[in-house]
Write a protein that binds this ligand. Sequence first.
Ligand SMILES: [Zn+2]
Ligand SMILES: [Zn+2]
Length: 274
Amino acid sequence: MKLTIIGCTGSMSGPHSAASCYLVQARGYDPALGAERTWNVALDLGPGSFGALWNHIDPADLDAVVFSHCHADHMGDVISLHVHRRWGPARGQAPLLLAGTCNLLDRIRQIDGCPPEEDYALDFRIHSLEAGQPLECGPLRLTPVEGWHSVDAFGVRIEGPAEAEGEDALQEGEAPSTVNMLYTGDTDLCPTMIEGARGVDLLLSEAGFTLADEVEGIHMNGVKVGRLASEAGVGRLVVTHIQPWTDPAVVVNEVRQTWSGPLDVAQSNQVYTL
Ligand SMILES: [Zn+2]
Ligand SMILES: [Zn+2]
């Protein structure tokens, strides 16, 4: 399984990155093709991310887009995806699976400026996520985890095959081992997120706040992010969704009060191979 940071700036696009979007890829068998291929799932599609995604894959090759929640900084570029599928190069392809909270279709219409009769049936297949109910996409299993945010929001736990390279390359007939990650979406620290992140190889966690922000139920500061990683016992922590006006060093200092394991600050185009 491979994770590519497409966009990672908090709450908006920033000078160094688009807003939230993460590409998860894994090799797996495609019954329709009768062969193995790379499966592509995007987590969120924030402002500026559709263009940035294009640097890594042809958007026509997406198998699904999973939206953690319906704030515009996580889904604004769905309008670009729509144009690409209805009138652009992906025209005529089977409808693309879009998964999100139950108001996803309404929110797409609002952002797109479309009337209630627009159902996007030609372009999209809309799926409502429910906490604990996994969504299968090729070799990837995506399980929504209930978050604590200002609107309904999910984290997404993803299980998939380990990427076997070089000396670790699989022998014929050998099955890859399973690896997993959790993307928090936007959330304050809550028991469901700790449980969802339990033992993952990689935790991709938002840090929308710093200790200077005292409001509860929206984002985590760095101390809470570190606590999430420690209590869940994760392998590696990647901190993302830092506001463009926040010095990442401030967040790292906060995280280091509660987490001593491997730590990165997300940067666009960064690739993690699990
Ligand atoms: Zn956000
Ligand atoms: Zn949000």
